[in-house]
Design a protein around this ligand. Structure first.
Ligand SMILES: [Zn+2]
Length: 170
C-alpha cells in the first residue's frame, strides 16, 4: 500500500532508500512509511473429537468456515486477541493451552498477515455466533467443511489435531 501524503504533516511523500529497500518518506518531518504485515490470532478448540469453526460473515472469504480469529489490537497481546475473538465470535470463555503455529502468508485482500495460532480449552460461556460470524459450530475432525476460508487455518488445525493425538497417544 502507498500513501500520497505524510500522515503526520501532510507533506507529499517521496521515494527513499532505507535498509536496502525503496520506501516512502517525508522530507519535512522525517516520517518513514514502513509496510509491515498485520498480526492476527486464531484459536483451535476441541470438544471430544470435534473442532469449533465459525462461518465468516464478512470478506475476505465471506460464507466460508474458519477458526475463530481476528486482528490483534494495538494494546493486546496475541493471547488476549485470540481469547477475545473466540468470545466475540462464539460466546465461549476460553484459556490458552499452548501455542501451536505461526503462519506467515497472504489473505484474499492481498494484505500480508502473520497469524499466531493457539490451542485453547473451553472454560465456560454458551455457544452462540457473534457479530462477525454467521454460524459457530463444532465439526468432527474427520469431517471438516470441504473448503476452509484460509489454507493457513487448515494447516494450523491439522497441526493441532496431530499434536493432540500424539499427546493423547503418548
Ligand atoms: Zn511529514
Amino acid at each position: 500500500m502507498k500513501y500520497r501524503y505524510c500522515p503526520i504533516c501532510t507533506n507529499e511523500l517521496k521515494r527513499v532508500f532505507l535498509d536496502g529497500r525503496e520506501r516512502q518518506g517525508c522530507e519535512s518531518c522525517g516520517f518513514i512509511h514502513y509496510v509491515n504485515p498485520s498480526p492476527a490470532a486464531a484459536m483451535v478448540l476441541f470438544e471430544k473429537q470435534d473442532v469449533l469453526l465459525v462461518k465468516r460473515r464478512f470478506e475476505p472469504r465471506s460464507g466460508f468456515w474458519s477458526l475463530p480469529a481476528g486482528f490483534i489490537e494495538a494494546d493486546e497481546t496475541p493471547e488476549q486477541a485470540a481469547i477475545r475473538e473466540v468470545k466475540e465470535e462464539t460466546g465461549l470463555d476460553v484459556r490458552i493451552n499452548q501455542l501451536v503455529d505461526v503462519h506467515s502468508g497472504c489473505h484474499a485482500m492481498k494484505k500480508r498477515i502473520v497469524l499466531v495460532v493457539y490451542w485453547g480449552e473451553i472454560e465456560g460461556g454458551s455457544l452462540k455466533a457473534g457479530d462477525d460470524a454467521l454460524e459457530a459450530l463444532f465439526f468432527p475432525i474427520d469431517n471438516l467443511p470441504p473448503e476452509m476460508a484460509f489454507n493457513s487455518h487448515l494447516k494450523a488445525l491439522e497441526k493441532t489435531i496431530s499434536l493432540r493425538s500424539q499427546l493423547q497417544g503418548g
